[in-house]
Design a protein around this ligand. Structure first.
Ligand code: FES
Length: 614
């Protein structure tokens, strides 16, 4: 048998930073970036449709531009060596420059909310003990000795797992039999030095962003907070592409689960270090996320969830050992997952309802969490009912599929006012604009409507003074190259407007359908809660002007920030809240949008912009 030679391997160097890696011929530059640890944006998961992974070839050989590249990049960009990293394949040693606008760093990651965490009855409690030392007359096991020394417990039922027992035997002697025991029900989950505080970590595992907080389990006080981008973005921007990745790649479930667990564990390490406590002091973790995120975190099969009738493996609340979920905390610590409702409406939505107290609302109230996946909750006190829907709004409000779109990071245009002179724009951190994030996109759209640059179908008025013919289509110049941080024009194109219409059409269809199915007019709604990072910076007036939100003439709007994280934190410190979460999940009727009569028509209607009368 003839032995074939291994494929040639080439060197890829990324600038700035001179990060290098070796890869086999025909590997993509996106593979190389992932190997080199370059956080390159890749919204479509490498399919070649989002245009986010732009890099510049400094020197070396790569494959000829693919059809997707010719479609997305202009001839001028290709001439300047700009390529899509996911499409360009290595043909020799190559040096590449990564523009800042292609990186997924420095994101604005929301960990705040206006919800106050109230102290409750935590699932983990501490008991201080001072035990007699073992001796000739007393050779009880360490576990029996501790069980006998615990007060206010059923000693017969006290137990511990192997890691807890190991820690007990070591720490008891180290602290001369004077220590604090961490108890989860009747289980000993850890041993702490006398007087050490015990903490918990709440995690909002979003499709795009992860937010986490460390809390004192006795007082409910937040000790530290932080966030990261969900590393699974490298495998697809939305939940559908990520589940497709898992289905198509053997071992993909492990890859995605491992990637997110690693980031969560690092966050746990960072937050405990910030507060100056040890990982052993983290006695409980509460995670919320949509159904797909929870499946991908716990490595549950996603095929049934990805195809009709979209059945989840589990929707009820769960407790899994932290160490089984790849998190290093107290030896026997648990990760509590709040229950989900149905379809993709998961634990994060329940947490949002919980923290916003929508389940106790005395009015007809709506809760909306706009993201890559948007969830909407409707409650009607008099009829004693809760209803929810989930809309596949897609990542356009994260800047994906928008020619100059980007996530909320330094340099992103977050608000815009167009006057007769120049646009008045505000960027995050007040640095030169490098792109537009979600709230900026809503503002621009509202302004273009106000000035009749686009009509209610979203079409550019080609004769308008503010409209010009671009390389491929008509466009509006927002920031000229000489003023932008990227040194290229930042424009809003006809295709961008279409993408915004698709995203807002999905949200609007969800809102219209949830109200119509319940027979409720917008005039009857008294309160609208807007949750999530995008919602926090959303200009409500402009959201209504674009038709993203209907007119709610009698409603009070509350932008509550990251209520999902607050709900997770509240469940961390209170069993009562966990009970309420279960009730919310059981009582909420999940309406499957795609099976609603005339859904496609509602969606098409939702894409339209309001006429002048609005
Ligand atoms: S175009 Fe390359 S990752 Fe989307």
């Amino acid at each position: 048998m003839v032995k074939s030679n291994p494929p040639p391997v080439y060197r890829v160097e990324f600038q700035p930073g001179a990060k290098k890696c070796l890869l086999a011929i025909n590997s993509s530059l996106l593979d190389a970036a992932q190997q080199a640890g370059i956080p390159l944006a890749s919204g479509c998961g490498g399919v070649g449709t989002c245009g986010q992974c732009r890099v510049i070839i400094i020197e070396g050989n790569v494959s000829d531009p693919s059809e997707n590249e010719k479609e997305i990049l202009s001839a001028g960009e290709l001439d300047r060596g700009i390529r899509l990293a996911c499409q360009a394949r290595i043909q020799g040693d190559v040096a590449v420059r990564v523009p800042v606008s292609s990186l997924i760093t420095g994101q604005r990651l929301q960990t705040e909310s206006d919800v106050k965490i109230t102290k409750g009855d935590p699932p983990v409690r501490t008991v201080a003990v001072h035990l007699p030392k073992p001796g000739r007359e007393d050779s009880r096991s360490d576990l029996s000795r501790l069980a006998a020394g615990l007060t206010g417990v059923d000693q017969e039922k006290i137990h511990a797992g192997l890691p807890g027992i190991r820690q007990l035997s070591t720490m008891a002697r180290e602290y001369n039999w004077n220590f604090t025991t961490l108890l989860h029900g009747n289980e000993i989950i850890g041993i702490l030095p006398p007087g050490a505080k015990h903490a918990g970590m709440a995690i909002d595992l979003g499709t795009t962003k992860i937010a986490a907080g460390l809390y004192d389990l006795s007082s409910g006080e937040q000790l530290a907070a932080g966030g990261e981008l969900n590393p699974q973005i490298a495998y697809g921007e939305d939940i559908i592409s990520r589940m497709a990745y898992v289905i198509q790649h053997p071992g993909g479930d492990k890859t995605l689960s491992h990637s997110v667990r690693e980031v969560l564990d690092t966050l746990l390490g960072d937050l405990t270090a910030q507060e100056g406590i040890s990982r052993d002091q983290v006695a409980e973790i509460c995670v919320v996320g949509n159904t797909a995120m929870i499946h991908l975190f716990l490595e549950l099969p996603v095929r049934p969830l990805a195809t009709s009738p979209f059945a989840a493996s589990i929707l009820s609340a769960m407790d899994v050992k932290a160490q089984d979920a790849g998190l290093t905390a107290a030896p026997g610590a648990y990760v509590h997952i709040l229950p989900g409702i149905g379809g993709f409406v998961g634990a994060d939505h329940v947490a949002m309802v919980l923290a916003s107290h929508l389940d106790h609302s005395p009015h007809i109230s709506l809760g909306i969490d706009i993201g890559t996946n948007t969830e909407i909750f409707l409650t009607h006190k008099e009829r004693n009912f809760f209803q929810s829907v989930s809309c596949a709004s897609g990542p356009a409000f994260e800047g994906v599929h928008i020619s100059c779109g980007m996530r909320a990071a330094p340099g992103a245009i977050e608000s815009v006012k167009l006057s007769s002179l120049d646009p008045v724009i505000k960027t995050i951190d007040n640095v030169p604009a490098v792109g537009v994030c979600g709230s900026g996109l809503i503002d621009i759209t509202a302004e273009l409507l106000r000035l009749h640059v686009i009509d209610h179908r979203g079409r550019f008025d080609r004769d308008h003074d503010l409209v010009r013919k671009g390389n491929k289509e008509f466009e509006f110049l927002l920031v000229p190259a000489d003023l932008s941080g990227t040194k290229r024009d930042l424009v809003i194109t006809q295709e961008d407007i279409n993408q915004i219409q698709l995203a807002k059409g999905a949200v609007r269809a969800g809102l219209d359908i949830i109200l119509e199915s319940a027979g409720i007019e917008p005039t009857a709604v008294k309160e609208v809660i807007i949750a999530g990072a995008f919602g926090t910076f959303l200009n409500i007036q402009n959201a209504v002007r674009t038709g993203l939100l209907p007119v709610f003439p009698n409603a009070i709007f509350r932008q509550v920030g990251n209520a999902a994280l607050a709900g997770a934190a509240q469940s961390l410190v209170s069993k009562q809240f966990r009970k309420r979460a279960r009730k919310i999940a059981e009582k909420t009727h999940h309406l499957e949008l795609t099976t609603y009569p005339d859904f496609s028509l509602r969606f098409a209607y939702g894409m339209l912009f309001p006429g002048d009368e609005s």
